[in-house]
Write a protein that binds this ligand. Structure first.
Ligand code: ADP
Ligand code: MG
Length: 703
């Protein structure tokens, strides 16, 4: 007999050919170890075994008996094969029916003792078991698919739970080969069951209670690894050397005096936190959080001003439009320094356009360089960089921060200041963003208006257009946001309730219209507002920046856009933000869109249209709440953490994802991880754990 090992490919297991292997790969499973770590997402309770005479209608149960008759019947009308069997035990007999599984008769034959689990259904020709889970009883092994709690797994087409379950059970004894890597004291303190038992019990639990215990262990494990990873990252960073920037009181006082407004207390407080960090010889790694319009740029500008007296500052933003806007803003705020701009399409030093090569050659002259990704990607070699500012940082995750660190790693590491208007729920601040210190601007500049937010029902659309026309007459401008570029039709897959298989049947394809930018633009331009000047902008357009600039200069009345408009755009003359298909966006994102208006002195409005005209709880939350942080917490509660900042694509294990909602658990685990690292910063005493953290780091990509 072949001996299975953890590292063996699934392809080496019996009767798995190329086709099957591909399906396993589709689920991200290649080795036997992966299979053991492919956890069920629920269980079907087939543990109740009854005599046939005691079967009750519409109740799930298991019966065991002998097949006395079995046939495949083809129904030509419905083009289906029905397998019908009669099963008998010492109390009676019952019919069992399966659809489109003619191969069943290869395995289930008259005379065989079988175990069937399913629901008793009543049809026109009497009672029968409909599509029960089945297996031939054996004296050598306990049932796998019936007569117990059976695991239901994440599946793919033509690879259902039954197959996954079969192979998982086959290799389950290998669970004993998995070495425990969580320190014993920690297991004990948290009442966790050990790894091998957890693997066995998560797949084939005797009770729901023990399955839950197994799940708890893995949730703990994943969060624990995440914490160790994040905290190690943090410790590593703190050991680096950075330039010490002494607080320059006169410089900052003069700057503050030159501003056309008074700083808010929150701006002062956060700026002070930053100045204190800059005075240290280890690098700052701080996240500045503040709602849209709370005035983060000025705070960043103060930090830049200080550092740029003696060193260089890099200011990175996610889009070209934003780079240009910041370039202008910073030039206005900071006089007497050399400020550069670098994006993929344009480079400038102060007011002069230069070739990118020239800018790179003359980089030693520049005090503050503002740019997009080009800043890190284009062999830009600063000669004495001491501060990196990253705006709208939710676009850059831990991974990218680590990359930045590597890029700039020479003699000393620059201080890092990242900024975001997308509030980070507390649970995430302590996990995914756990390597950062956080400063919060929790106060808006005085006199900020409340943006009137309304969900517009389909029959009020005309009125909304009339309102917009009026605003434009008054000289204002309008944004219209749509979720997609082109009309798209979305295919919906579903789970077949009977076989628990994922199906995409062409006849059942549901098509759903999504409002599209192009369509909307044409409609508004030709039908609704033929007399107004309308522009369109989306991610695929080449001359986005020109359109944006023209819009800012009032060459257009209405700008129809995809979500590219989301970040940081500042056009104070716009007073209406109209969002089509608003139900398709997350709350945090909707709040960002809304923040595009109300930036000037005019009363502003946000109109929400939903795809199906319904008022979802999310949209209602938006109309009632103007605080981005509360909205983020709500969004997290409603949609889960997966919706945040690409966390879904992060490769973070499912259980960790679910536990990302559990603040007390996160706090507890963070404490314990900290304690462990304080005693043993390099995990020297725990080589297996160290290895696991490394593996964890390689498998996730938080960006
Ligand atoms: P965000 O935090 O969204 O990046 P900005 O830094 O772009 O916000 O600031 C939004 C607007 O508010 C800018 O026009 C800025 O000049 C102005 N602003 C910043 N701080 C104050 C303040 N303390 N009082 C009044 N206006 C301010
Ligand atoms: Mg900003």
């Amino acid at each position: 007999m072949v001996k299975y090992t953890l590292n063996m490919s699934i392809g080496e297991l019996p009767r798995i050919d190329e086709k099957y292997l591909k399906r396993f790969h589709k689920l991200g499973l290649s080795s036997v170890r992966d299979l053991l770590y492919h956890f069920p997402n629920r269980y079907e309770d087939y543990s109740k075994i009854v005599k046939i005479e005691n079967l009750e209608q519409n109740k799930v149960a298991t019966i065991q008996g002998e097949i006395v008759k079995i046939d495949n019947i083809r129904t030509f009308k419905r083009r289906m094969t029905i397998t019908e069997a009669i099963i008998e035990d010492d109390t009676g007999s019952i019919k069992s029916v399966w659809f489109n599984q003619p191969f069943l008769t290869n395995n289930l034959q008259v005379g065989k003792k079988v175990s069937l689990s399913g629901k008793l259904t009543k049809g026109s020709k009497g009672e029968y078991l409909s599509n029960p889970s089945y297996e031939v009883l054996s004296i050598y092994r306990a049932p796998t698919h019936t007569a117990r709690l059976i695991p239901i797994y994440p599946e793919t087409i033509r690879l259902g739970s039954r197959y996954i379950r079969y192979y998982t059970k086959l290799v389950l004894p290998l669970a004993d080969k998995l070495k425990e890597f969580i320190p014993y004291e920690i297991l004990k303190k948290n009442k966790l069951i050990k790894l091998s038992d957890s693997i066995k019990n998560i797949h084939f639990p005797k009770t729901k209670g023990i399955a839950e215990k197994a799940k708890q262990r893995f949730a703990f494990e994943e969060l624990f690894l995440l914490q160790l990873f994040v905290l190690k990252q943090k410790n590593k960073f703190q050991k680096e050397n950075a330039k010490k920037i002494k607080f320059n009181k006169d410089l900052i006082q003069n700057f503050v005096k030159s501003l056309p407004f008074k700083l808010t207390n929150a701006q002062r407080k956060t700026a002070w936190e930053i100045f204190q960090d800059l005075e240290k010889t280890n690098p700052m790694n701080r996240l500045l959080q503040g709602d849209v319009g709370s005035g983060k740029t000025v705070v960043a500008a103060m930090a830049a001003l200080e550092v740029a007296q003696d060193y260089q500052v890099a200011f990175m933003v996610p889009t070209e439009i934003l780079a240009q806007q910041h370039f202008k803003e910073i030039k206005k705020l900071i006089k007497g320094l050399k400020i550069g701009l670098i994006t993929s399409s344009e480079s400038k030093i102060n007011n002069k356009k230069v070739k990118k090569e020239e800018l790179i050659k003359r980089i030693h002259e520049i005090d503050i360089l503002i740019g997009t990704h080009a800043l890190i990607q284009d062999k830009v070699k600063f000669n004495n960089l001491a501060l990196v500012i990253i705006d709208e940082q939710h676009r850059f995750g831990v991974g990218q921060r680590a990359k930045l660190l590597k890029e700039y790693k020479n003699k000393s590491v620059p201080h890092f200041l990242t900024m975001t208007a997308t509030p980070i729920p507390r649970t995430l601040a302590l996990t995914i963003y756990g390597d950062l210190d956080i400063s919060l601007i929790d106060e808006m500049p005085k006199g900020r208006q409340k943006i009137i937010t309304k969900i517009i029902s389909p029959n009020k659309r005309e009125q909304a257009y009339e309102f917009i026309r009026n605003e434009i007459k008054k000289g204002r401008q309008v944004f219209v946001i749509c979720p997609r570029i082109e009309p798209s039709k979305k295919e919906i897959t579903e789970i077949d309730e009977k076989t628990k298989q994922l199906i995409i049947s062409p006849s059942k394809l549901l098509w759903q219209e999504v409002k599209a930018v192009k369509e909307e633009y044409e409609k508004l331009n030709e039908k609704v507002f033929p007399d107004l000047k309308i522009a369109m902008i989306h991610g695929k357009l080449k001359d986005k920046d020109k359109i944006m600039k023209d819009f800012k200069e009032k060459k257009y009345d209405i700008l129809v856009s995809t979500s590219v408009i989301e970040v940081g755009i500042d056009i104070p003359n716009t007073t209406v933000m109209m969002i089509e298909g608003a139900d398709r966006f997350g709350l945090a994102q909707l709040h960002q869109f809304r923040g595009r208006v109300g930036r000037g002195k005019y009363q502003s409005y946000c109109f929400l249209f939903s795809t199906d005209g319904n008022e979802t709880s999310r949209l209602k939350a938006l109309t009632k709440c103007e605080n981005g942080f509360d909205l983020a917490e709500k969004d997290m509660a409603i949609r889960g953490p997966g919706q945040f900042y690409g966390i879904k694509q992060s490769g973070l294990p499912d259980l960790a994802m679910t536990s990302l909602k559990d603040l007390p658990l996160i706090k507890k685990i963070r404490e314990q991880a900290k304690e462990l690292l304080e005693k043993d910063s390099d995990l020297k005493k725990y080589p297996l754990l160290k290895e696991k953290v490394k593996e964890f780091k390689e498998n996730i990509h938080l960006e």
